[in-house]
Write a protein that binds this ligand. Sequence first.
Ligand SMILES: Cc1ncc(COP(=O)(O)O)c(C=O)c1O
Length: 356
Amino acid sequence: MSKFWSERLQATEPYIPGEQPNNTNVIKLNTNENPYPPSPKALKAIQEATDETLRLYPPPTVNELRETIAKYHGVHPDQVFIGNGSDEVLAFSFMAFFNPGEPILFPDITYSFYPVYAKLFNIDYKRVPVRSDFTLPVEEFFQSEGGVIFPNPNAPTGLTLSLIEVESIVNQNPDQVVIIDEAYIDFGGQSAVQLVNQYENLLVIQTLSKSRSLAGMRVGFAIGDHQLIEGLNRIKNSFNSYTLDRLAIAAAKAAFDDEEYFQDVRGQIIHTREQTSKRLHTLGFEVIDSKANFLFVRHPHVDAEDLYLQLKEQNIFVRYFNKPRIQEYLRISIGTADEMEQFIIALEPVLQEVKK
Ligand SMILES: Cc1ncc(COP(=O)(O)O)c(C=O)c1O
């Protein structure tokens, strides 16, 4: 703590990102990245965009990429906002749509950036407890005072609400903004994007970090009513007009243009997730039904933190959250089929060693 820190900074408890080890000789299953490279077309687009035009600012309205995303999702370009990763889009949304003194609702077990943004922007919030099986009690999100936000699929559980359940929450909060964080939607859930023309209070946020293998380029976007999008643009232009660089714009556009590669990669991850889930189940783990690119698991006879540490010693990184209600669980991102095979092979002797 420094005396020079503002009161706001002193009151802030920053988000702690997952470890990014320097060593490349690790099996990295801890930050829900995509184990496959970006589309070759995206890599080529980055190379082609690496030219003398980098001396110029990027287009502040990101029109071309907005048109690409709008066409892909069947909406008008004025219904699309693009930011530097969906984290930035989320942060702008907290600033644009939520108010101090009007508590917003999110689940108690969820993406841990939400309370960080709420505190940073002085927005009150209530955590809605998920049930003991981690499912969301949908009705508890009705009639919020200040708005609602949750990921679908949820993180770190991977559990998914149906479109009808999502719609009921949107419908029951007509005067508040409901944000659906669809970071993992491409791995099996039903997207709420198809509802945006029906509900002026619905904002859907997605990212290219997961299903399109572009976490390193930082591109996320929101789709919603044009007035919500205008609100986000006003926040952005009060903060930094050029949040996306030229290379990120080129990569993102090319990634959307390569549908075949996208379908192939996401299909492989879904397949590997199901295979891994079965293997873990056979090893005695309880595996939550995930529609994301990770599994949330617990072993009744093994301490989760011990297991996390033992795996780390073998250069296998998974995510352990030392937090109430989930200290017995590990979150395991889905790697390639080969990485998951190595993970399972490494797991067997470790399980023997750390059994309680
Ligand atoms: C639920 C959820 N939302 C948003 C993000 C942020 O993704 P990005 O900023 O890379 O788009 C993540 C990243 O792990 C996440 O788990």
